[in-house]
Ligand binder design. Structure first.
Ligand code: NAP
Ligand code: MG
Length: 403
């Protein structure tokens, strides 16, 4: 078979630990035999980030802006424990996802991969629920203060005009903690735009929830900006027969649980972080969740929603067999190929992406799966647990038949 051609490179961001091992396996077994792969490679592995003083992360984000489509492997965000594990680290480098999200100013859309032999915990969920997480600001870009005595915390904004605005946060009678968070109107607007256009792209209803009854100014601003932006998409929504609706987060949670799925749920940064874990767990597992960052200019970065699966990696290093689920990482690649194919008008590349996804689903629906999933299948007699490589070889066989 002649290999499928690409015209524009994908920005390839390699990562850490078990997912780095899977990354190479996916390329060897499922991509390179079929695609004349063109990528611009950035090694976002922790040691290379350290070696380049994190410049590689910034470069990879700028390359994504240039080419329009990236695929990213999971990466370690160093913490204190990691600093001990890797004594050569010169700094506790920031989360690469955080850095990339800040540069692209994008919104993250996460959706479960649904298969017919794993039923969601919530019985009435029939279609995917896509969570749109605002990827800028709030608690993720906040400052914390711990104080030891009675006193008052005051917040002051100094305008470039020289005008100052001051508000008392709280008077306290003893030790206390404080937090200063912010968001930017243009980021909220980008978030709204990304959500409305993604809803149109995927022809799904859009829900948006905040806590504006309590946070009247802060969350109220989110609600207002969404209302304003919706005016620009209203006609298109009507034409497609899809709807936008705003509700309190408490009400949204109740409605989501009672719903059938099949819509996008837009959430503020923290809500999106937490709710996407809940939704993915209820649908099956984090390893069955796709994740894509969409910037207001349409730039996209595809990734897995889970981390580097450290526990499996240490077993792998000891030579033990690991059964790590590569689905989310494979779907990061297929998402990126499909998008690249659409942008460059390469129907063969789009077709390959669709078939690879189908081969993955077929393998799982034939009962061949990694160990994280076997426990979720009701009819245990129909499943066979395999390791990561065996799983990929099964996918490859099915893909070869289709192509
Ligand atoms: P994790 O890597 O997602 O793994 C947590 C546990 O979830 C695993 O131990 C495993 O459970 C299960 N799991 C996750 N993905 C799986 C898969 N593909 N197949 C099978 N099981 C899977 O989270 P973590 O251990 O909290 O974080 C590890 C590192 O990842 C951290 O350094 C963190 O900074 C980083 N991280 C990166 C990203 C990202 O780059 N997007 C996101 C989150 C975390 P069992 O051990 O029970 O099998
Ligand atoms: Mg989370």
């Amino acid at each position: 078979m002649e290999k499928i051609k690409m015209t524009t490179p994908l920005v390839e961001m390699d990562g850490d630990e078990m997912t780095r091992v899977l990354w190479q396996m996916i390329k060897d077994e499922l991509i390179l035999p079929f695609v004349d792969l063109k990528t611009e490679y950035y090694d976002l592995g922790l040691l290379n980030r350290n070696k380049t003083q994190d410049k590689v992360t910034f470069d990879s984000a700028y390359a994504t802006k240039k080419y329009g489509v990236a695929v990213k492997c999971a990466t370690i965000t160093p913490n204190r424990q990691r600093m001990e594990e890797y004594p050569e680290l010169t700094e506790m480098w920031k989360s690469p996802n955080g850095t990339i999200r800040a540069i692209l100013d994008g919104t993250v859309f996460r959706a479960p991969i649904i298969i017919n032999n794993i039923k969601p915990v919530v019985k009435n969920w029939k279609k995917p629920i896509t969570i749109a997480r605002h990827a800028y600001g709030d608690v993720y870009k906040s400052v914390d203060l711990k104080t030891e005595e009675a006193g008052e915390c005051i917040m002051t904004f100094k305008g470039v005009s020289g005008k100052e605005t001051t508000i008392s946060v709280q008077k306290v009678d003893g030790p206390a903690v404080f937090q200063g968070a912010h968001n930017k109107e243009d980021s909220i607007r980008s978030f709204a735009k990304a959500c409305f256009s993604y809803a149109i792209d995927t022809k799904q209803d859009l829900w948006f929830s905040t806590k504006d009854t309590i946070s009247k100014v802060y969350d109220g601003e989110f609600k207002k900006v969404f209302e304003e932006e919706f005016e620009n998409y209203k006609d298109e929504f009507e034409k497609l027969g899809i709807t936008y609706f705003y509700t309190l987060i408490d009400d949204a949670v109740a409605r989501v649980i009672r719903s059938e799925g099949g819509y996008i749920w837009a959430c503020k940064n923290y809500d999106g972080d937490v709710m996407s874990d809940m939704v993915s767990t209820a649908f099956g597992s984090l390893a069955m969740m796709t994740s894509v960052l969409v910037a207001p200019d349409g730039t996209t970065e595809y990734e897995a929603a889970h981390g580097t699966v450290t526990r499996h990696y240490y077993r792998y290093l000891k030579g033990e067999e690991t059964s790590t689920n590569p689905m989310a990482t494979i779907f990061a690649w297929t998402g990126a190929f499909r998008k690249r194919g659409e942008l460059d008008n390469l129907p063969d590349l789009v077709d390959y992406a669709n078939k690879l996804e189908k081969a993955c689903i077929d393998t799982l629906e034939d009962g061949i799966m990694t160990k994280d999933l076997t426990g979720l299948v009701e009819d245990k007699s129909s499943v066979r647990a395999v390791n990561s490589r065996e799983f990929m070889l099964e996918i490859r066989q099915r893909l070869e038949k289709m192509l």
